[in-house]
Ligand binder design. Structure first.
Ligand code: NAD
Length: 309
């Protein structure tokens, strides 16, 4: 059987994919193929595997032999779900496998914003010693209220880590977490409005769905504290970027840490990248080697199980 892998890979990823793939499977890399080869391989592939590559209706329709679409990650918003449903093509993901990595990035972005790390690092490289200029201008997580929007695998892993820094945890989710989870994390379930009004740190951990698109917009940003920071490690579309730009520029909120963008890749002239109170990363939330190993192990297990059925 064959697996067609759609995303770009670096050398390390390619080696790991080849090493971890189940025995007896062929592995084809979409980015190694030219147009003709792609057209030839697509209808022959037994399994489609993708992280963020858009598996649109045209690709899915041509994959006539595919038995399963395996997402290496959680958010399946890059896959045309109505088309997959029409084709009766099952989709699997790898729940929880990337939660530690995204949770750690969330904490990193909060601390980097609070302590202004990028500008200090850059100033050192430019030969400046800004000890006095920047002294007492930063903040601690300790004692702050951290509001998490979305309290699934990543939200809870983030809360666990944030609490260790001495924050109070409040969360909003479509579904309330079990009482023992709330107790363990000392987390209080609140309305979206209360969360936005009271949190010093707001972090996003919900999937991109029609109902969550633009959830953070001019109106909801206005509810937030002037001193609050927003961390988006979920999906770009959850935030209305233009509204966020104005909120950051006009002092409606204090700062933002952004890993995911409305349209990726993002270019240097993106308005948000012009602001001093923004820290940016290029959708690397799940991008650790530790996560890749866990994600691939789960993904290849799913494929092997489907093949054994
Ligand atoms: P999860 O399914 O465990 O948790 C998602 C939570 O969101 C659930 O508790 C769910 O009830 C809640 N939710 C869904 N719709 C909602 C709504 N309309 N309003 C309020 N809450 C709602 O998923 P997860 O593993 O925690 O991942 C969350 C998201 O993070 C993914 O969907 C993905 O988009 C994103 N993600 C980003 C990266 C990255 O690299 N930055 C990596 C992995 C995942």
């Amino acid at each position: 059987p064959s697996i067609l892998y759609f995303d770009q890979v670096n050398d390390q990823m390619r080696a790991l994919l080849k090493r971890l793939k189940p025995e007896g499977f062929e592995l084809w890399f979409w980015h190694d193929l030219d147009e003709d080869e792609r057209n030839a391989r697509l209808p022959q592939a037994d399994y489609l595997m993708a992280a963020t590559y858009p598996l649109d209706q045209h690709i899915l329709a041509k994959a006539t032999q595919a038995k399963l679409v395996q997402k290496t990650g959680v958010g399946v918003d890059n896959i045309d779900l109505p088309k997959a449903t029409e084709l009766a093509l099952p989709i699997a993901n790898t729940p929880g496998a990337n939660a530690p990595a995204v949770a750690e990035l969330t904490i990193l972005l909060i601390l980097a914003l609070y302590r202004k790390l990028p500008v200090l690092h850059q100033s050192m490289k430019e030969g400046k010693w800004l000890m006095w200029e920047f002294r007492s201008s930063s903040y601690e997580m300790q004692g702050k209220t951290h509001g998490l929007i979305g309290f699934g695998q990543i939200g809870q892993e983030t809360a666990k880590r944030s609490r260790a820094f001495g924050t109070q945890i409040i969360y909003y989710d479509k579904f309330r977490a079990p009482a023992e989870v709330e107790e363990q994390l000392d987390a209080r379930f609140v309305s979206l409005e209360e969360l936005l009004q009271t949190a010093d740190i707001v972090s996003l951990h919900i999937p991109l769905l029609p109902e969550t698109r633009g959830l953070i917009n001019a109106k909801t940003l206005q509810l937030m504290k002037k001193s609050a920071v927003l961390i988006n490690v979920s999906r770009g579309g959850v935030v209305h970027e233009q509204a966020l730009y104005h909120a950051l520029k006009d002092g409606v909120i204090a700062g933002a840490g952004i890993d995911v963008w409305e349209s990726e890749p993002v270019h240097a002239d993106h308005p948000l990248l012009q602001l001093e109170n923004v820290i940016a990363s290029p959708h690397i939330g799940a991008g650790t080697i530790d996560t890749l190993k866990r994600v691939l192990a789960t993904a290849f297990n799913n494929i092997q199980a489907a093949e054994n059925e």
